[in-house]
Design a protein around this ligand. Structure first.
Ligand code: PRX
Length: 634
């Protein structure tokens, strides 16, 4: 843990070093890991193509740094504590040794089914320890995992399977979520009707739900591990070999596969984890995300386990059996660091203080927030009632593409400020630019957030389409990585993230491309055209608001709205279900035919009195009827 910064002056010193000599800085962090062969050069990069390589020609396996390295001293220490959906069911603890053995055993089982280095494996699983084992087993044998959140629909799953040409799917029979039992394998079966590359499916039995097993393709997890050795030689990987692909929404209709590579991701997730959360060996750390999102990758599995931490995985939901569940778990496992999303905080805030009162939260040392801007009210509630006013609250800004936390206080080291992500981590060089890309220096400036120098865990490409990566992130401003977020640097030099400046909405901390939702809505046979915008939502941060021009023949407005919502939930998944749908006679368009979303955003936010100039529209008359029919939105 020699890389843990413990004082503000230490932070300032480290930050300076990281900017003046980034290669020396990151080289030192990387040296604390086990490499089969040391790298020749720490960094090669340009942001034009882009081409980014960290620890060039270094050879390693990330699982040796997670598992083998920790066996000697930490073998009997808990690596994963799993808290099941039902509070009455027993929690499961896996020590580092058990995790090592289970990973190897499953890695051997995957190999036996013909999966090897470079093959893509889709993981579509609930929050069970086997999801982490699946990830690590892939990494052990050099297979590239791509996790699809188990709430996505069969067609979203099929799109991802096809895009990365996956050879194997790892899944479960079903999934417990609160009072619900959700079929999982059945969704895989449906997806596979339109996939040709998958040779085998391994099914972990969780719920006992009846499933169809296709002979020669589908196997039970408990069968394939039978007789497998608990030793599996780690595949030697190049530092720049792919570790995983994770699909994320953008402003175009098709999710893109963000690619992270082994060496840099390892170094940065470890470094950011110990520093942001100020983790000490023996602490119990809990991040409530799902492994299907980047937060689950970097800060449930990789970062914590690289640091030899005890990481808690929770299968259920915050409100089952009641709104005290999170706090019951904190008390039960004496959680020291707790990391969640503002949407969860706001949802729990609505239940008042009663659900918290029975529980002893005194084990908490650090609390964290991720995924969206945390509003001041939620910040104070979280800080006062969960952190009891004496836990640093780290508001961590980052993205799927950045791989790790970029801007955040280091708990207890950098002073907190409500609703401000605060300062960049060492090695991170954020700048704020105006629309032309000119850097806005000094304090009290607001503009678009870019990063001007590479960091180890940044994305390398978007799978199968490097040009898309260049276009999306490196072409808006020459020589800069563009985040898609707006930001403000306040009078103290603290960064405040203002939210997306592109056509991406952030629903409960999850990214949704408006185009993706529109494409789904347009699949409904009665929809002629649609436009989707975000609007302020009390719990979700942003809600999805859809405007649709429809052929109303034979349908009532109410039925049609319900059908449209259902269509989106079927095509993408329940997380994309619009919160509100409004049937409109037309959409406001510019003379070049582009939808004027600015106007729709105002209507959705209930601010139709602040529309500004609409006279340049092709069809200004439509605006009145949109405002008028807003009351019918459901
Ligand atoms: O808009 C920012 C918002 O979430 C986006 C990234 O989403 P995703 O790739 O799904 O990753 C979420 C978890 C890392 C960002 O572009 N965002 C994330 N964290 C914060 C945030 N906005 C404000 N404050 C944050 N702490």
């Amino acid at each position: 843990m020699s890389h843990k910064i413990q004082t503000l002056s230490g932070y300032i010193h480290e930050y300076q070093k990281s900017v003046l000599q980034p290669e020396v800085f990151w080289g030192r962090v990387a040296e604390s890991f086990h490499w089969e062969k040391r790298w020749d050069k720490t960094l090669e990069w340009n942001f034009e193509e882009p081409d980014i390589k960290w620890f060039v020609n270094g050879k390693l396996n990330i699982t040796e740094n997670i598992l083998d390295r920790h066996l000697f001293i930490m073998g009997d220490k808990p690596a994963i504590i799993w808290e099941p959906n039902e509070p009455g069911d027993e929690a499961v603890t896996l020590t580092y040794r058990e995790l090592y053995e289970k990973t190897n055993e499953f890695a051997n089982a995957m190999k036996a089914k013909g999966v090897g280095k470079g093959d893509r494996v889709i993981i579509y699983m609930p929050m069970v320890p086997e999801a982490a084992i699946a990830m690590l087993a892939c990494a052990r044998i050099g297979a590239v995992h791509s996790i699809v959140f188990a709430g996505f629909s069969s067609s979203s799953l099929a799109d991802r399977v096809n895009d990365c040409e996956a050879k194997m799917i790892l899944t479960s029979d079903g999934n417990f979520r609160g009072a619900k039992k959700i079929p999982v394998k059945a969704v895989v079966d449906e997806a596979l009707e339109s996939c040709t590359t998958v040779e085998s499916v391994i099914v972990f039995q969780r719920t006992g739900t009846e499933v169809t097993m296709k002979e020669g393709r589908d196997y039970w997890w408990h069968d394939v591990i039978k007789g497998q050795s608990k030793e599996c030689k780690a595949e030697i990987m190049d530092s720049e070999d792919m570790l995983f692909i994770l699909y994320t929404s953008g402003s175009t209709g098709k999710p893109k596969g963000v690619v992270h590579t082994v060496g840099g991701y390892m170094v940065y997730t470890y470094y950011s984890f110990v520093n942001v959360f100020q983790y000490s060996i023996g602490d119990v750390y809990w991040c409530t995300a799902d492994v299907g999102w980047i937060t689950g990758h970097s800060y449930i599995v990789y970062g914590p386990l690289l640091a030899g931490a005890t990481t808690l995985m929770f299968e259920g939901v915050p409100t089952y059996p009641d709104a005290g569940r999170f706090w019951q778990i904190v008390e039960k496992h004496k959680v020291n660091q707790f990391y969640t999303a503002p949407t969860a905080i706001r949802a729990l805030q609505a239940y008042g203080l009663e659900p918290i009162e029975p529980y002893d939260l005194s084990s908490l040392k650090v609390i964290g927030s991720v995924g969206e801007p945390i509003n001041e009210e939620a910040w104070h509630w979280y800080h006062d009632h969960i952190g009891k006013g004496n836990c640093p609250l780290v508001d961590t800004w980052w993205q799927t593409e950045t791989g790790g936390i970029m801007v955040s206080a280091l708990a207890g080291v950098i002073p907190n400020k409500p609703a401000h992500a605060s300062l960049p981590l060492p090695g991170i060089q954020p700048i704020i630019v105006d629309a032309e890309g000119n850097e806005l220096k000094g304090n009290n400036v607001e503009g678009n957030l870019c990063i001007k120098f590479p960091w180890p865990s940044m994305l390398r490409t978007t799978y199968g389409d490097h040009e898309r990566c260049r276009q999306t992130y490196f072409s808006t401003y020459k020589g800069l990585y563009f985040t898609g977020d707006g930001a403000k640097r306040d009078h103290d030099g603290y960064l405040r993230i203002l939210g997306r400046v592109d056509d991406v909405i952030n629903v409960s901390g999850h990214r949704m491309g408006t185009a993706e939702v529109e494409n789904a809505i347009n699949e409904h046979p009665k929809v002629i055209e649609s436009a989707v915008v975000g609007y302020p939502h009390d719990v979700k941060g942003q809600g999805i608001y859809a405007f649709a021009i429809c052929d109303m023949e034979g349908r009532s407005e109410e039925n049609l709205i319900a059908e449209i919502k259902k269509t989106v939930a079927n095509i993408i998944g329940p997380i994309a279900r619009p919160d509100k749908v409004q049937i409109v006679p037309g959409l406001p368009k510019t003379r070049s035919g582009k939808i004027m979303r600015r106007i729709l955003r105002k209507v959705a936010a209930g601010e139709a009195d602040q529309l500004g100039d609409t006279s340049t529209l092709l069809n200004p008359e439509v605006v009145e009827s949109i405002i008028e029919s807003a009351k019918n939105a459901k």
